[in-house]
Structures are given as C-alpha cells and as structure tokens.
Design a protein around this ligand. Structure first.
Ligand SMILES: NC(=O)c1ccc[n+]([C@@H]2O[C@H](COP(=O)([O-])OP(=O)(O)OC[C@H]3O[C@@H](n4cnc5c(N)ncnc54)[C@H](OP(=O)(O)O)[C@@H]3O)[C@@H](O)[C@H]2O)c1
Length: 338
C-alpha cells in the first residue's frame, strides 16, 4: 500500500538482508530512498533490484560510502550537505560481525572493523547529517542494534558479555582490538560491544536533542536472529571460517527449532519503524523482536541492558568517538589516505 506522504529516507546497509527487504517495502510504499552502499558496484546492483519494486512517485538513488573508511563517509556526507535537501528518516542499519577471525581486522585508518562499521561510521554520519534531518518537519532516526548488547538476553549470555569498561581502547587513537582496551581480540564480544554502542549513542543523542528543545524519535531496535538461506550476508565470515558449523547452526536454529525471524518480516518491521507506521513517540526507544515460542515473535518496547542505560558512559562514548573521528580525518589530510 502506498504511503500518503512520500518521505525522504536515507539508509545504510540497504543492499542486503534486512535492509534490502526494508528498502523494497519502502519503495513499494512510494518513498524516496537514498542508499549508502559500500561500492559503486553494490549501488548499481541494489538500484537494479529495487527498480523492479518501485511504486509510482517512489525513487531510489545510491551513494557510495564505505563505512570502513571515515574519509569516504566524510566525502559522501559532504555531497549530501551540498545538495542541502531535508531528510525525514535516517536508518543506520549496516552491520558486520567477524566471528571466526582470531585476529582483528583494521581499517585503513587503523580502527577495528566491527567498531568502525557498526558504530563509529554511523556516529560520523549522524554528526554530519543531523542538520539535514532536523530540517524535516517529522524527523526520525532508526538504528539497528541487537539483543546481544544485553548480557541478560538469550544471545547475550553466550560467550563473553558486552561491556565497554572505561572505553580505554578509544583514548589513544591507535590500533586497539577491543573498546575496553583489551589487546586480545574476541570477534563475538566486539560485535556485542558495537551493538551496545548503538544503544548508548541513541540514548545520548535523544537526551541531547531534548535538552536543546529539538526532541525527535530516536528508535533502536533488534530484529531477532535472522539467518537467510544463501551464501552472503551477515554470517558470511563465520561461514567462510567454519562452513560445517554454520550449516549445522542454521539448520538447528532456523529449520529445526524455529528460533529465527524471516528476513522479509524483519525488513517489514524496519520499514514500519522508518516511515512512522507504528507510532510517533519522541525520545529514545528500544523495541525488540523477541522469540516467545518456536516460530513466534513479539515486537515490543523493551528495557535495554543496564550498561545501555548509563548516560554518563553514553556521553563519554560520543565524545571519545567524535575525537577519534576528527583525529583520523586530520591525519587523512596530512597523509595519503586514499
Ligand atoms: N542477522 C541477524 O541475525 C541479526 C541479528 C541482530 C541484529 N542484526 C543487525 O541487523 C543489521 C543488518 O544485518 P543483516 O542480517 O541484514 O546483514 P547483511 O545481510 O550482511 O547486511 C549488512 C549490510 O551492511 C552493509 N555493510 C557492511 N559493511 C559495510 C561497509 N563497509 N560499507 C557500507 N555498507 C556496509 C552490507 O553491504 P554489502 O551488501 O555490500 O555487504 C549490507 O547492506 C546489522 O546491523 C546487524 O548487526 C542482525
């Protein structure tokens, strides 16, 4: 069904999985999408897929932004700022997990990849594009987190829990494997930590905007466990490193125990959050798609983890992340970054 008012929606991670499904829905509803894709090729492929879904009035354009490269984020945001067009919704959905890797992968600016893609590049986008979002009459920010940010949740209990310590890994602007400053890399914990960063950043931003009298909905959400069939997507690194283990896990979790959500349903949930089909409540919200019995989920407002409520930690994370982004961009100006 087409939306009465087409909205201008910007999305990261719209080229695959949950984000692609959400983009299909949004374009079917007649919205105007800007998709930030990793490469020009991914942009073209995604535009081609979406063109088959396009409703009248709808539009989709791709902009190449590699979230592993802060200079690419800076340049892409610069292009959007030059256009100076309001954005109604920003969806920060891109995410990676490097489970299976024993050693951290660092971006060209020497930042651990998971942290850079899932949190830092997204904070960078918010810092640069907030003025365009606030130009909208009905702005909203939607961020895809995960229940694993919460050590008390089913997934969060498996392996080392998410916790950022005193953020020591962000203080010295150099290669650090983990946000808490730990040198030994734990890919699963790095992912959980990055999803906790999503929650903390959203809460901080919602409060900050409220203080300034510019309150908007800042919605974080968790899709549940989503394991689409096929070779790409979210579990690609795990699959490369342990194909049999991942095949077994997928079969048991998805097909046998029915613990997973479908990618289509998760995409539909995201699309509804993005165009305000649900509700219009201002301020921070966390909504989780929780498994209640095999094959059945309930999508409801939920408490975040205790650490996710720590406003002081959120403020510090924002400040240290901002410092790191600015430091890395300055370095890019003084050395060859491309
Ligand atoms: N799947 C789950 O079980 C699950 C559970 C909880 C939360 N989540 C969260 O849901 C979100 C979407 O995950 P998904 O399952 O849909 O995974 P996915 O299919 O792998 O999609 C991830 C998206 O992020 C993009 N991306 C990754 N690195 C990028 C980079 N350097 N620059 C630009 N874009 C980049 C990907 O682009 P390409 O297409 O070019 O790779 C893709 O569009 C993530 O934030 C994830 O943490 C997923």
């Amino acid at each position: 069904m087409q939306s009465e008012t087409p909205q201008r929606i910007l999305i990261t991670g719209g080229s695959s999985g949950i984000g692609l499904e959400a983009s299909k829905r949004l374009i079917q509803k007649g919205h105007q999408l800007t998709l930030l894709c990793r490469t020009e090729e991914r942009c073209l492929e995604t535009m081609k897929t979406l063109s088959a879904e396009r409703a009248e009035r709808a539009s989709a354009e791709g902009l190449t932004i590699n979230l592993q490269d802060l200079q690419s984020v800076e340049t892409g945001c610069g292009t959007l700022l030059q256009k100076n067009e309001p954005i109604d919704t920003i969806i920060l959905n891109a995410g990676i997990q490097n489970v299976g890797l024993k050693k951290p992968q660092f971006t060209k600016q020497a930042i651990e990849e998971t942290f850079c893609v899932n949190h830092l590049a997204h904070q960078h986008i918010v810092m640069r594009l907030l003025p365009l979002l606030l130009k909208s009459k009905k702005p909203r920010l939607v961020i895809t987190s995960s229940e694993v940010h919460n050590p008390m949740s089913g997934g969060g209990r498996v392996g080392k829990p998410a916790t950022l310590g005193t953020l020591d890994g962000l203080r010295h602007h150099k290669h650090v494997a983990m946000i808490n400053g730990q040198i030994i890399f734990d890919a699963d914990k790095a992912y959980k930590d990055s999803k906790l960063c999503n929650i903390l950043m959203a809460r901080y931003l919602a409060n900050k905007l409220k203080q300034k009298g510019q309150e908007i909905p800042v919605i974080t959400w968790s899709p549940g466990l989503v394991i689409p069939k096929g070779s790409g997507g979210f579990f690609r690194t795990s699959r490369q490193h342990n194909p049999i283990g991942l095949a077994l896990f997928s079969f048991v979790a998805r097909d046998l125990l029915r613990l997973t959500e479908t990618v289509e349903k998760a995409g539909a949930l995201l699309a509804d959050l993005a165009d305000g089909s649900n509700d219009e409540q201002n301020g921070f919200q966390y909504i989780s798609n929780q498994l209640i019995s095999p094959g059945r989920h309930i999508f409801k407002k939920t408490e975040t983890s205790q650490e996710g409520e720590n406003e002081k930690l959120g403020e510090e994370l924002w400040t240290l992340s901002k410092d790191l982004i600015e430091h890395k961009l300055l370095e890019c100006h003084s050395i060859e970054c491309n």
